[in-house]
Design a protein around this ligand. Structure first.
Ligand SMILES: Nc1ncnc2c1ncn2[C@@H]1O[C@H](COP(=O)(O)OP(=O)(O)O)[C@@H](O)[C@H]1O
Ligand SMILES: [Mg+2]
Length: 274
């Protein structure tokens, strides 16, 4: 199908009363395994433990490439998270990573302007338009990708979407000067939240970008309004140069330490005008 989407090799067993079997090439593992050492160092209530795996650039490049392929074909993965992305490694010239989207069990398509009606995947990764009104948008997967990046960089984890601890204290730990202005926003409970009562994630995620804890380019993928959020192709071209533009010397240019003061700027939007 596509170079960064897992290939369907064979399927069988469609007769009634039989299990359906699908066959795919065997990969080395899923990206959650690759994330593990980085996640292990994350502590929810502590300041960030910035890190940058050597495969980060390939990960951004290939996964956003796959998402832009899906977008062009009016498909939403709808359950994008690290354990649904597989990887293989080859050792020709150094180690080369290849990432593949998999587990399309919750994916939906848009036909004649209408999305399939299917429950979206894990809450912590769900875009705001999916948690509240369950209105999918072509950019919904891009938000989930942004959450994965935050996890990977050690500044956030999925558990923090619903935990009741003081996020304000956490911002204080990030040395944000106006941390006491922060208020958790708990949106009205959507129709489809299951047992989860309080989702604080969106306002917390937003604070990471608006207080300058992550590079401002992240706002393109984490923007709350899907119409202002980047498409996958735009996100790819905006996030990839982060590595290639050193600010103060050659090392880790894309993981600057947190800005000490919240920037009083509004981030440029690249979607269509509202
Ligand atoms: N082609 C594959 N190669 C290697 N591991 C795979 C492959 N497909 C799935 N897996 C592993 O099996 C796990 C479950 O598969 P998945 O398709 O995500 O189903 P589900 O999440 O619905 O149980 C994945 O997290 C992944 O680690
Ligand atoms: Mg899965």
């Amino acid at each position: 199908m596509y170079k960064h989407v897992i290939r369907l090799v064979h399927h069988q067993g469609w007769a009634e009363g039989h299990p359906v079997e699908i066959f795919m090439p065997l990969c080395e593992g899923n990206v959650d395994d690759l994330f593990e050492p980085y996640k292990a160092r994350h502590e929810c209530k502590s300041p960030p433990n910035y890190h940058k795996p050597k495969w980060l650039h390939d990960f951004i490049d290939q996964v956003l490439d796959a998402l832009s392929f899906l977008q062009k074909n009016k498909i939403l993965h709808h359950d994008l998270k690290s354990d649904n992305i597989l990887y293989t490694r080859s050792k020709d010239k150094g180690v080369t990573y290849r990432f593949l989207l998999s587990d399309f069990g919750l994916s939906i398509t848009r036909r004649r302007g209408v999305w399939d009606n299917k429950k979206p995947g894990a809450l912590a990764y769900r875009a705001p338009e999916l948690t509240q009104s369950r209105k999918p948008h072509p950019n919904s997967d891009v938000y989930s990708f942004g959450i994965m990046l935050l996890e990977l960089l050690g500044v956030y984890c999925g558990d923090e979407a619903t935990q009741e601890f003081s996020w304000r204290e956490k911002l204080k730990g990030f040395h944000v000067r106006n941390y006491n202005h922060y208020r958790d926003e708990v949106p009205e409970r959507g129709a489809d939240w299951g047992r989860v009562e309080d989702l604080r994630g969106h306002s917390r995620v937003e604070s990471l970008a608006t207080y300058g804890i992550v590079p401002s380019a992240f706002m393109y993928v984490l923007e709350r309004d899907p119409a202002k959020r980047s498409s996958a192709a735009d996100a790819r071209s905006r996030l990839l140069p982060l590595r290639a533009q050193p600010r103060n010397g050659p090392s880790e240019p894309d993981l600057q330490p947190p800005a000490r003061n919240p920037p009083a700027v509004s981030f440029p939007h690249i979607g269509p005008p509202i």
